[in-house]
Design a protein around this ligand. Structure first.
Ligand SMILES: *Cc1c(COP(=O)(O)O)cnc(C)c1O
Length: 356
């Protein structure tokens, strides 16, 4: 028996509305990586029904899959154009986010071939040094406007480096850099904020915000109280209870050794399901209101918990993720971030979509 993953679509829609109410501009939804592991095909239509009109994926293939469930929405692919993909972008009505002169050339050639204007976002470099139009290439665009012939830059965007740290002075610097570069595209909208960026205040919101994590219930701005509702609940039934003596080990390598006679509960969730191996001897589940420590190494399909002080029996459910112990908490125990916990959520769970 595997874990049960419940995804609360009502909470998801409420989170989008909360974020939308925080800013005057348009609020999009980032649904890359299968909506952070929650299932884009189920999540996106609920967000659309809540009022969302613009959706971001990472890859073209994700965008094309999304088009099948969102025939009307605006869909963008953050990772941009790859050679030979321009025709697919056009055929499926996907807007590319251009982040190099090479991509701009590909899109311009497509526009020329079709003899029509094609829309695009321009992703400008302001400090992340990851995927964005380098400053030098931005200068070339200014010197030679014909490079953008046939392309309508509808939005100029950039991505924050340290939005979860409000006092970091790179936030205002990136904001100023975006304003400066967007000024060369007078008709274009501006877009800066991911989820934590939205909590930096109205000066940062501009025309289009791009939250992902907060929609799915993560608290991306730990310095502030989280207004987001939890979306994910993960629980798993106890398969067996093992009574062991003081001095006996549990799991591969015997990395946990009982300091007293102990009761060990085994559940059918392992690192093959996204219960990270780094949680070995570190994570917690809950039984009623009691934290239950994960003991021994997490294996591929199983994990073991110390239930010596807890009246858990085979068939009882241990709760791995819920409102009191969410993905952010499990992430802290495993030395990572909630984003990685969500995007690692396994394919073997019995998934239930609730509400909406
Ligand atoms: C992933 C991503 C987002 C969403 O970020 P969250 O922190 O999940 O809200 C926004 N913009 C870009 C460019 C991204 O890559």
């Amino acid at each position: 028996m595997t874990g049960h993953l419940d995804i609360d679509l009502t909470a998801l829609a409420a989170n989008w509305r909360t974020l939308a109410a925080m800013n005057k501009g348009e609020t999009a939804a980032v649904v890359k990586a299968d909506a952070y592991g929650l299932g884009a095909a189920r999540v996106a239509p609920v967000l659309e029904a809540a009022g969302c009109k613009t959706f971001f994926t990472a890859h073209l293939a994700e965008a094309v899959a999304l088009r099948a469930v969102l025939p009307q929405a605006r869909i963008l692919a953050l990772n941009g154009l790859v050679p030979h993909a321009a025709a697919d972008f056009v055929a499926h009505g996907i807007t590319p986010i251009l982040s190099s002169l090479k991509e701009i050339m590909l899109w311009r050639a497509e526009a020329r071939g079709l003899e029509r204007l094609l829309p695009a976002f321009l992703h400008v470099e302001t400090g992340l040094n990851r995927l964005a139009l380098p400053q030098r290439e931005f200068a070339s665009l200014r010197e030679d406007p014909t490079l953008l012939e046939g392309i309508t830059i509808s939005t100029v965007m950039t991505h924050l480096i340290t939005a979860e740290t409000p006092e970091d002075d790179r936030n205002p610097r990136q904001r100023a850099a975006l304003l400066d570069m967007a000024a060369h595209f007078p008709g274009a909208r501006r877009s800066l904020c991911n989820s934590p960026g939205m909590f930096l205040g109205p000066d940062y919101h501009f025309d289009l915000t791009r939250p992902g994590a907060a929609l799915y219930g993560l608290n991306t701005s730990p310095a502030q109280p989280a207004p987001m509702r939890p979306v994910v609940r993960l629980s798993a039934p106890v398969l067996q209870i093992r009574e062991i003596q003081q001095g006996e080990g549990v799991g591969y390598g015997g990395s946990w050794v009982a300091q007293r006679p102990s009761r060990i509960a085994t559940v059918g969730v392992g690192y093959g399901d996204g219960l990270l191996r780094a949680l070995s001897n570190n994570g917690n589940a809950y039984f009623d209101d009691c934290p239950v420590p994960l003991v021994g190494r997490v294996s591929m399909d199983l994990a073991t918990f110390d239930v010596t002080d807890i009246p858990a029996n085979p068939g009882d459910m241990l709760v791995l993720l819920d409102s009191r112990h969410g993905a952010d908490d499990l992430a802290r125990e495993g030395g990572t971030i909630g984003y990685e916990i969500l995007t690692s959520l396994g394919r073997r769970y019995q998934r239930r979509y609730i509400g909406a």
